[in-house]
Structures are given as C-alpha cells and as structure tokens.
Design a protein around this ligand. Structure first.
Ligand code: SF4
Ligand code: SF4
Length: 125
C-alpha cells in the first residue's frame, strides 16, 4: 500500500503535505507533487493536511494509474521537504475537473514564467 497524489493537486500545489511527511517522499513538479510509492510508509498523516483533498490511500479506490504516474515522476523530479509558495491562482483551480491535461511534466523550480500560456503536455495517465 501507498498513499498517492491525484488530479486535484494539479495547479493547486498548496504543499501543506510535504511538511508532515516523516520520510520525505514527496517530489516536486512545476504544478503538481507526487509521492514515491516505494518510499511512502503509509502513515497517512499527509492526507488530512491537503486543502485540495488530493491525497488518497491507493487501496481506497481505483488508483492504479495514479500510482504509476506518481512513481514515474518521483523518479525524475526533485524531492521537496519544505513548503514553498503556492500558485497565486490555486484557489481558482481547486475542485476543477479535467486538470490532468494541464499537468506540467517538468521538474519543479524551472520557472513558472517560462511556461505561462503554454499548452498542456501530459494529457493522459
Ligand atoms: S497539499 Fe495537496 S494540493 Fe497541496 S501539494 Fe500536497 S497534494 Fe498537492
Ligand atoms: S502517507 Fe506518510 S509517508 Fe506516505 S507520503 Fe504521506 S506523510 Fe509521507
């Protein structure tokens, strides 16, 4: 079992979750975070911290594809252990559907200004 970050984190990225993880297994993309499934110890403390309700236990539903996506990006994005500044429009994106197409595959910290207005690049799990 692992916990997994799902669609509603995309473009919300509040980062409250990373400060409570005891094993530092969150990894940062430009507009999304992921959990490394092999490093998560299933403690569950991050789940209630997420203002976007984007974190779930993988056995609580059909999250197989999300686990694969979390694993894929955890292996190429940098670890994140402290809370950064959320996107200024995070509240506007909270609870919006269809955000998977907006997932930016680039690692966190490459510069938001560089991709403002650019089209989606993920589009599928
Ligand atoms: S707290 Fe939730 S919305 Fe914020 S970065 Fe973590 S998983 Fe994403
Ligand atoms: S369940 Fe625990 S170990 Fe897993 S990501 Fe959340 S805080 Fe970290």
């Amino acid at each position: 079992m692992t916990f997994v970050v799902t669609e509603n984190c995309i473009k919300c990225k509040y980062m409250d979750c990373v400060t409570v993880c005891p094993v530092d297994c969150f990894y940062e993309g430009e507009n999304f975070l992921v959990i490394h499934p092999d490093e998560c110890i299933d403690c569950g403390v991050c789940q209630p911290e997420c203002p976007a309700d984007a974190i779930f236990a993988d056995d609580a539903g059909d999250y197989e594809d999300w686990v694969a996506l979390n694993r894929r990006y955890a292996e190429i994005w940098p670890v994140i252990t402290s809370r950064g500044v959320p996107p200024p429009d995070a509240e506007l994106w909270n609870a919006k559907s269809g955000k998977l197409a907006l997932l930016d595959p680039r690692p966190g910290g490459v510069g938001l200004a560089a991709h403002i207005g650019q089209p989606a690049t993920e589009g599928r799990i």
